[in-house]
Ligand binder design. Structure first.
Ligand SMILES: NC(=O)c1ccc[n+]([C@@H]2O[C@H](COP(=O)([O-])OP(=O)(O)OC[C@H]3O[C@@H](n4cnc5c(N)ncnc54)[C@H](OP(=O)(O)O)[C@@H]3O)[C@@H](O)[C@H]2O)c1
Length: 248
């Protein structure tokens, strides 16, 4: 049991990588709070996880929602040992289609959501705690139509280094996990037609040396490593889990 009695706070814990990580954390002995902004998916995730986690409806674009989610976690569990700041989403938009509102809403979710999750959780965190942020393969490769999402992910990668330095004095480590192409509902929410989605998926898969999409559980295992004491001397890294997409 790598997380026996640890308290984990997982944003985006209702689907894909976050949900799989919640499952693995529970199996490793953790007490888990999951956060999602969609009530149906939150209830479904609670069922999948056997009703064990604290399931919190909150939109991480709103700081007040994050504060409330952290407070609910404090009331239920008293502290936080592990933060997995993972919630994220975007749509495909070419340069000419991007508006200030699009940029603002992408940053609100994919950067501010991560930043304020960490800011609000840290006061509840214990010495020896671990923060894991989900970045992206977009930090290493350019993909048309994803300029703003990629910029938000680059910002979170930078944040991991700075907070890794800033929180080291409290013995809180901050690391990132960088997914490649992982089979989750993420792609279905990007506003692509079914035909375009199939084409993008086939082209991405072809670029991966292992010639397949990754499974959410393959990410969850990397998150577990960073969350647990197995990585006790690892701080500020971006652990790439992408079948070699950006590395070979
Ligand atoms: N799948 C990939 O290939 C891939 C590649 C690179 C990076 N990533 C990153 O991996 C992370 C997880 O994505 P995934 O692939 O697991 O996708 P997913 O299955 O769509 O999960 C996204 C999660 O984020 C939550 N979320 C979205 N908007 C939210 C909001 N405003 N407030 C709170 N929660 C919100 C969703 O819950 P609700 O819908 O209930 O709000 C869901 O639980 C994201 O940060 C994504 O950028 C994924």
């Amino acid at each position: 049991m790598k997380l026996q009695d640890k308290v984990a706070f997982i944003t985006g814990g209702t689907s894909g990588i976050g949900l799989e990580t919640a499952k693995l954390f529970l199996a490793e002995g953790a007490k888990v709070a999951i956060v999602g902004s969609n009530a149906e998916r939150l209830a479904a995730a609670g069922d999948v996880l056997g009703g064990q986690p604290l399931a919190i409806l909150a939109d991480v674009r709103n700081v007040e929602d994050i504060e409330r989610a952290v407070e609910e976690t404090r009331i239920k569990f008293g502290r936080i040992d592990v933060v997995f700041a993972n919630a994220g989403a975007s749509t495909v938009a070419p340069l000419e289609a991007i508006t200030p509102l699009y940029v603002e809403s992408n940053f609100a979710l994919n950067f501010n959501g991560v930043f304020f999750t960490i800011q609000k959780a840290v006061p509840l965190m214990t010495n020896g705690g671990s923060i894991v942020v989900t970045t992206s393969f977009l930090n290493e490769v350019g993909m048309p139509g994803l300029s703003v999402l990629a910029a938000t992910k680059a910002a979170t990668r930078s944040l991991v280094r700075t907070l890794g330095a800033e929180l080291a004095g409290r013995n809180i480590r901050v690391n990132a996990v960088s997914p490649g192409t992982i089979s989750t509902p993420f792609y279905g929410k990007m506003g692509l037609s079914e035909a375009d989605l199939q084409q993008v998926a086939a082209s991405l898969q072809d670029k991966v040396p292992l010639k397949r999409f990754g499974l959410p559980v393959e990410l969850a295992k990397a998150v577990l490593y960073l969350a647990s004491d197995d990585s006790s001397y690892t701080n500020g890294i971006e652990l790439v889990v992408d079948g070699g997409l950006t590395q070979v």
